[in-house]
Design a protein around this ligand. Structure first.
Ligand SMILES: Cc1ncc(COP(=O)(O)O)c(C=O)c1O
Length: 374
């Protein structure tokens, strides 16, 4: 059910991921997948384009709240009310809207490493950024709740949570999330949970939607990472308090208008008609994870990979090979990976590798990285 794109097809489908590398270079950087779209999406989008559905999006959520609630109920045994969701242009824009509209004034806590736009979005809201670091040598990359409490005590009132985590590939436990929720409540802080990787939890891990343990939390998500639809620009924000929902919907149009009718259609179809494809994708990513683990053990046993519990983004600690910038070295050998320092400034010797490709390309990436590390 998961169809690998050829290099030419991938170059046509993914202009950023493939269009920014020289021919012959394997792109294992930005979080997009080298797989054909799920057939229900192709059918729905093709028919919509044939109908000329390229006008402005409608007011309202176009049924996305109900479709997402049903998906969450089927997959995670948790279901927000159907009318708790507002559509936004993308997850990062949704996080910005959530901070500006729903979060009390005060600094924003961002755990590191983080998806780099988290830092930029905090700056754009004019709020102070407070970082809390995961020690790269820690056995478990759990959130440091002691450091989070220090930040709340010092005045921070918002925390950006990424669960499942990009780039660590980690899934937080229910207990850990409940402890965070208790801390946020004690300090009257809000947690904005980016759960874009929620449908990409791999066998062996269990995903807990943050709002299922914290009704004051704010969820921002999108089907775009799971279904490769980032360019359609549609995501959504869910808040359980009707007053919060009213605030989200009440913003002036220019503050939230960057979503598309094709993206709204894709979101509805993805959350409704693509469960079988989603399951096949998770099975394929599980195979890729197993293959990468084996290749790493064979080719560079001193590499340390964080357990990949979710996402298709493997976090590799290559410090044992004493190459400060392994992504730059890898590019010189024909594979583009994401430098660890992009996610945790000043961190050397790490890369993020996107494994959502064919087994052959994954093998090439590892071969070339091994050559780069000498
Ligand atoms: C954790 C996380 N949030 C957000 C995004 C981007 O989402 P969007 O393009 O909808 O802003 C990504 C993309 O990789 C991501 O990994």
């Amino acid at each position: 059910m998961i169809v690998d794109l050829t290099d030419d097809e991938a170059r046509a489908a993914l202009p950023l991921k493939w269009g920014t590398v020289e021919p012959g270079v394997v792109p294992g950087w930005v979080a997009e997948m080298d797989y054909a779209l799920a057939p229900p999406l192709v059918d729905a989008l093709t028919a919509a384009v044939a109908r000329g559905t390229t006008g402005y999006p409608p007011f309202g959520d176009g049924g996305i709240g109900a479709a997402f609630a049903a998906y969450a109920g089927r997959h995670w045994s948790w279901q927000p009310p159907e009318d708790a969701t507002a559509v936004v242009g993308d997850v990062i824009g949704g996080i910005r809207l959530a901070i500006e509209t729903l979060c009390p004034p005060g600094p924003v806590v961002v755990p590191l490493p983080c998806y780099p736009p988290f830092r930029d979005i905090v700056a754009l809201t004019g709020r102070e950024l407070v970082t809390v670091e995961v020690d790269p040598d820690a056995e478990d990359a759990a959130l440091d709740l002691g450091a989070v409490e220090d930040a709340f005590r010092a005045g921070a009132r918002t925390l950006l949570l990424c669960n499942p985590h990009n780039p660590l590939g980690r899934v937080a436990s229910r207990t850990e999330l409940a402890d965070l929720a208790a801390l946020a409540e004690r300090y009257d802080a809000r947690v904005v949970a980016d759960e874009i990787h929620g449908p990409l939890v791999l066998p062996g891990a269990t995903f807990t939607p943050y709002l299922s343990v914290d009704p004051r939390g704010i969820l921002v998500t999108s089907p775009s990472k799971t279904f490769n639809t980032a360019g359609l620009h549609t995501a959504h924000v869910t808040a359980l308090d009707p007053a919060d929902q009213a605030r989200l919907r009440g913003v002036p149009l220019p503050q939230n208008h960057a979503y598309s009718p094709l993206g709204m259609l894709a979101a509805r179809v993805a959350w409704t008609d693509c469960d079988a494809w989603n399951a096949a994708l998770v099975a394929r990513l599980d195979d890729q994870r197993r293959l990468l683990t084996r290749l790493l053990a064979d080719r560079f046993p001193a590499a340390r990979m964080r357990p990949l519990q979710a996402t298709y983004l493997a976090w590799l600690d290559l410090r044992a090979y004493a190459v400060d910038d392994p992504a730059a070295a890898a590019l010189a050998h024909g594979v583009r990976l994401s430098p660890g320092g992009d996610y945790h400034q000043g961190l050397t010797g790490h890369v993020r590798m996107n494994v959502a490709t064919s087994p052959e390309r994954l093998g090439l990436m590892v071969d070339r990285l091994a050559a780069a590390l000498g």
